[in-house]
Design a protein around this ligand. Structure first.
Ligand SMILES: Nc1ncnc2c1ncn2[C@@H]1O[C@H](COP(=O)(O)OP(=O)(O)OP(=O)(O)O)[C@@H](O)[C@H]1O
Ligand SMILES: [Mg+2]
Length: 370
């Protein structure tokens, strides 16, 4: 909506984890280095954890987009999968026909496929996102997969990315063998004020921002405080701030503009939005160990979980639409006021008045279309 007005080549604050916008904060760069190191060594597990919305999926996508043909990678986004379901999912993601097969037959095909890759000089990589959803016995199954080896080198390597609830799962006593195979792990942190500033400027530069609108240096502390330095929240906030600047015809975004948008958004970023993608209750080590993954019961809880996530998304989208409409109406009000002033000021329409009027009408038509 505001991109063309500010001469930007695209939306700077999209919510999708797009590797083109990747900003290497010290934590993000460290995570990427660990993953690359893991790829080079070709063995063991790498675990990346971090709070909601801090960039785990973005890191996975950045890594995957930089791989060459010698690595056959698949990325799984998991729900509460049983060990058997995970094996099935991995096999079918590698393109194997395993429908209706028992577990041992599926494993045999998978091993055949991995051996085949190895003979072609290729390696298999499994990236599991949202790994905090996996029960401990399913993570243990991943360890078993790393026993498929040739010359003491595993045929498949796994990277696990997950929210903070993944940590207590890995720390369970029964995960000792898995823990011993982790060659590197790191934890993402939220951005501090300086990183928030760099992150925002980085995303803007990717879409060709040329100081229009100008950003007052004082705004970054406020933005960092309101969003808690969480990348996803910064994106949502900045998108609204730019929309506001466009609607109010602001050339410099200062603290006052930021405060106005904070007022408009109210508790949006501290409450509802925090759970846009995840509404599940925190899991601790005790609940994890006592979870019983009876299939029928887990399907119900998975469906409920998914439903809650979808409802939270819908809720957020509707909130956003309402806010945008309100801003549009305010903007139209301003245009109408300007038009009235113009009409009352003139007797004979001058050439410049005619031009202003034409531009006003064009803008009004554009707004209606939106
Ligand atoms: N280092 C980064 N560079 C550029 N954009 C980032 C970075 N980190 C996060 N983002 C942006 O923040 C948003 C959330 O990122 P992402 O989805 O990767 O978070 P996440 O940690 O996987 O979240 P969740 O815990 O909900 O799975 C996305 O819009 C993404 O583009
Ligand atoms: Mg993610």
């Amino acid at each position: 909506m505001y991109e063309s007005h500010f001469g930007l080549s695209g939306k700077p604050f999209k919510l999708s984890p797009d590797p083109h916008f990747f900003y290497g904060s010290p934590h993000h760069s460290k995570a990427i280095s660990y993953l690359r190191y893991g790829l080079e060594s070709g063995e063991g597990f790498i675990v990346i954890t971090g709070p909601v919305g801090t960039g785990k999926t973005t890191i996975a996508r950045s890594l995957l987009s930089s791989l060459d043909e010698s690595i056959t990678a698949i990325q799984l986004v998991t729900t509460h999968l049983t060990p058997d379901a995970l094996i099935n999912m991995i096999a079918s993601n590698f393109g194997l026909q395993v429908e209706g097969l028992g577990k041992s037959e599926t494993l045999k095909r998978l091993e055949g496929f991995l051996n085949n890759l190895n003979r072609q000089g290729k390696r298999a990589l499994l990236v599991i996102d949202e790994a905090q959803n996996l029960p401990s016995e399913t993570i243990e199954e991943l360890r078993m997969l790393s026993n498929f080896q040739v010359n003491d080198k595993p045929l498949i390597q796994s990277f696990l990315l997950g929210q903070e609830e993944l940590k207590p799962i890995i720390e369970l006593p029964e995960m000792e063998q898995f823990r011993q195979r982790i060659i590197a792990s790191c934890h993402l942190e939220t951005f501090n004020i300086e990183q928030t500033r760099e992150y925002i400027l980085h995303r803007l530069k990717v879409v060709g921002w040329d100081n229009n609108p100008r950003l007052d240096d004082k705004i970054f502390a406020l933005i960092s405080q309101y969003t808690g330095g969480v990348a996803r929240k910064i994106n949502i906030f900045m998108d609204r701030l730019f929309l506001y600047a466009f609607m109010e015809n602001i050339q410099t975004i200062d603290e006052q503009a930021v405060r106005s948008v904070i007022d408009e958004m109210g508790g949006e970023l501290s409450g509802g939005l925090q759970s846009t993608s995840h509404t599940r209750a925190p899991v601790n080590a005790n609940t994890v160990s006592s979870m019983h993954y009876d299939h029928a019961a887990s399907v119900d809880s998975v469906e409920l979980d998914n439903l809650c996530q979808i409802l939270a998304e819908v809720n957020h989208i509707l909130d956003d639409v309402v806010s945008r409409k309100t801003l549009t109406i305010k903007h139209l009000d301003r245009l109408i006021r300007e038009k009235r002033k113009l009409l009352s000021n003139r007797n004979e329409p001058s050439e410049s008045n005619r031009l202003v009027e034409k531009r006003w009408l064009q803008q009004l038509i554009k707004e209606r279309e939106l």
